[in-house]
Design a protein around this ligand. Structure first.
Ligand code: MOS
Length: 755
């Protein structure tokens, strides 16, 4: 284990975002805001069918629109870009302009370029394709879907199992056997899906909001057949991502191709509805959970089977059983995941991709088991708490699930709950209290950073991503902490693929990865500075022991009260810099090279050979269900979370609160409706796709439970970007049961389900 890096006082301090003022005043520049002289505008043409072929194009009316410069279709651009190779992250997988094939509704089939956005849009509406249309399969149970049992068809796939769960379930004393469903959900970041490209000779620059700048650069380089060092991606701020900007999508290389054909910069801002089909989304799941326990509540069998929709060519799946198999102590566990291939766009990451849907299944079933046992649901979790995960018996690096239940339960007043459903009522409102556990793998990636001491403070270079999480601020805080400065004295440069590689900002892994890299680079820099001044012939520190030197508040201090402002030191030594590569436990030694080549190196959670590392939480919810209308309100929700060291309490609080609000949306509001006749998304705009707004979240209480984990990484950080949104949906469904006696197993819960 690497030496612990001891925080020096800035880490853990409540700190405002560095970019806060720029964001709220409108001064912040997102990638499509960066002005470029001579830019031409692109508008996407998307398919009007969900399955079939394009027979011929009618482009004349589009070409006749004044200002139109070019129209890319499969007939004139197919050779200019290869499709994105299928990855676990989804995103690519289907062809777009590479062929006449239509895989899904809303697929990119042409790109119009014009002098103005308006001209491009008008022309896009005037071009027309003739299709040979086939009947598409929309979702589960549609004729024509193909069901693929992953373990039987993919060599690399492993479903966690231990013991003989079928036999233990059959012999079970108290059992639950229930099927749950979670809906299609779509990303609606405030910043739309944009791409701007320009060429300087054979060098391509891409301005695009991204959670992985090196990944995007390398994918586009492969697609258009150039070397990755000729492609630069710039993404200084991202206006909402949550997974939707993690992998390359088809639009990017076509904008690059258009810019090369025209010899001008080209900018694309896809509209809201196109975002539903050109980007990734959360696919619907169906899950069967079977639990068996003795009268004492101890689990004897846990079986969790999941089915997930994906596109025809892609195996994208989230396999949340990797986690649900390992949360509770149980001697007999069986899991299986299948992909149901339909005529749909390929799904991809969306906040807590595996654990939000699969956590709904497990945490609902645990509540059903508690009811069957006539036991308090918190007590059931206590009885089945695990010190080691049950599949391989690996120890948790730390696990504070019960501490979270205790902290949130007492703040909520859980002990006053009457167990019988339907026991609380106020006028027409039935009141229910429910709870559930939250869990999310602590994953970490290799990351590299360069720190330079300047006369005014420090400069930090790292290809990290500010996707709204506060990464910018914790980076400055970490460098300040380790160098004895204030965060304002650290100039952060991030979001650029030419900077030291820092991995994918996803899987709640980014803060742990980048801050440990920065801390390493700072330690190296301090050592260099100490050595430089201690080995000078003259100067105040000449001959001192380097280890005795301290850098504090821009002043260098040595033994015997010797002190010197850093600016004076610089006048002699000149600027000093240090570069470090942080390789976390579980990453191979060549991880930094792989990162530079665009391969995500995130690992941890349940994927390590010798231990398991997770963050935990517990959520308690009050619901009010209107007896006449079925309307469900959530007047209050309390969550407690333990996730190792909290770098910045202010942004951590926001992340966890935002997660819980996301969870309320997941339980009651968010769903994309699909027309099953033509596999078309119906509510593809923000007016009809419902998300939680302020009126839906009167009181959200976040409690951070202190936790020290010295194993997980040198700074002891577990991620919190996704933890807060796991389990909320089940806590709400469990509370609805408590209010009404009705067990609802399909999300979102709607008034009509309660009439
Ligand atoms: Mo997140 S879904 O890991 O960006």
């Amino acid at each position: 284990m690497p030496d612990a890096i001891t925080p020096g006082g800035v880490i853990g301090r409540d700190t405002a975002r560095q970019e806060a003022r720029a964001k709220v005043t409108g001064a912040a520049q997102y990638p499509s805001d960066i002005p470029l002289p001579g830019v031409a505008h692109a508008f996407l043409v998307t398919s009007g069918i969900s399955r079939g072929r394009i027979l011929r194009w009618h482009l004349e009316a589009g070409r006749a629109v004044p200002g139109v410069l070019d129209i890319l279709t499969h007939e004139n651009a197919a050779q200019d870009s290869a499709p994105i190779p299928p990855t676990k992250g989804g995103g690519g997988s289907t062809t777009t302009l590479q062929s006449d094939h239509v895989w899904h509704d809303g697929q990119i089939i042409a790109v119009v370029i014009a002098e103005s956005f308006e001209a491009a849009r008008e022309a896009a509406h005037k071009v027309r394709a003739d299709y040979a249309e086939e009947v598409p399969a929309a979702s589960f149970d549609s004729p024509g879907v193909e069901i693929q049992v992953l373990e039987e068809t993919l060599e690399a796939h492993e479903d966690p199992k231990v013991g003989d769960a079928a036999a233990a379930f059959a012999a079970g004393t108290v059992t639950v056997d229930a099927t749950y469903g979670t809906p299609i959900q779509h990303h609606n970041p405030i910043e739309l899906f944009t791409t701007t490209c320009f060429w300087e000779g054979d060098r391509l620059t891409i301005l695009e909001p991204s959670q992985f700048v090196q990944g995007l650069a390398s994918t586009v380089a492969k697609q258009i057949g150039t070397s990755p060092d000729k492609v630069r991606v710039i993404s200084p701020l991202v206006g909402g991502a949550f997974g939707s900007k993690g992998g390359a999508t088809a639009r990017t290389s076509w904008v690059a191709v258009a810019a090369r054909r025209l010899g001008r910069p080209v900018k694309l801002v896809a509209n809201r509805s196109q975002g539903f089909t050109i980007a990734t989304y959360r696919a619907e799941t169906r899950q069967r959970v079977r639990l068996a326990a003795g009268h004492d509540g101890r689990l004897q069998a846990l079986l969790h089977e999941g089915w997930e929709v994906s596109s025809r060519p892609s195996n994208y799946n989230v396999q949340g059983t990797e986690t649900t198999a390992r949360i509770y102590a149980c001697p007999n566990v069986w899991t299986r995941v299948s992909v149901v291939h339909a005529d749909r766009n390929t799904p991809g990451f969306m906040r807590a991709p595996p654990d939000l849907p699969y956590g709904f299944g497990l945490e609902s079933a645990m509540d059903e088991l508690a009811v069957a046992l006539d036991m308090d649901p918190v007590e059931l979790r206590r009885i089945n708490d695990a010190r080691n995960e049950p599949i391989k018996g690996l120890p948790y690096t730390s696990r504070s699930l019960l501490e979270c239940f205790d902290a949130a339960g007492s703040a909520f007043g859980w002990s006053r709950r009457e167990r019988r459903p339907g026991s609380m009522r106020e006028g027409d409102w039935r009141i229910g209290w429910g709870c559930a556990a939250s869990y999310y793998p602590a994953k970490i990636s290799a990351a590299c950073a360069r720190v330079t001491l300047t006369s005014g403070g420090a400069r930090l270079d790292i290809a990290a991503h500010e996707i709204g999480t506060g990464a910018w601020t914790v980076l400055a805080m970490t460098a300040a902490d380790q160098l004895g400065l204030e965060p304002e004295q650290v100039e952060v440069h991030l979001g650029d693929s030419t900077l030291p590689a820092a991995g994918l900002a996803a899987g709640s892994s980014h803060t742990a990865s980048i801050c440990n890299a920065v801390a390493l680079a700072c330690r190296e820099l301090r050592d260099r500075l100490a050595l430089a001044v201690a080995t000078e012939n003259a100067g105040p520190f000449a001959g001192q022991e380097p280890a005795a030197l301290r850098l504090e508040g821009g002043t260098l201090r040595g033994a015997g009260g010797v002190a010197e402002p850093l600016s004076a030191t610089f006048a002699r030594t000149g600027p000093l810099d240090a570069y470090a590569e942080y390789i976390p436990h579980g990453n191979p030694p060549d991880a930094p090279d792989k990162l530079r080549q665009g391969t995500p190196m995130t690992t941890g959670g349940a994927q390590l050979p010798d231990r398991i590392q997770y963050g935990f939480g517990a959520q308690f919810v009050e619901v009010r269900v209107h007896a006449r209308t079925g309307e469900v309100r959530v007047p209050r929700i309390t969550g407690a979370f333990a996730a190792g060291r909290i770098m910045n309490p202010r942004t951590a609080h926001s992340q966890l609160m935002g997660g819980m609000i996301w969870g309320i949306g997941s339980a009651l509001l968010e769903a994309t409706e699909i027309d099953r006749r033509n596999a078309h998304y119906v509510n593809d705009n923000l007016s009809e796709y419902l998300i939680a707004v302020n009126a839906d979240v009167p009181a959200v209480e976040v409690i951070i439970v202190p936790e020290e984990d010295r194993l997980v990484n040198p700074l002891g950080i577990k991620g919190i970007g996704e933890l807060g949104c796991v389990g909320t949906n089940a806590a709400i469904a469990n509370a609805v049961f408590h209010a009404t006696g009705r067990r609802l197993r399909e999300l979102p819960i709607r008034p009509e389900h309660l009439l």
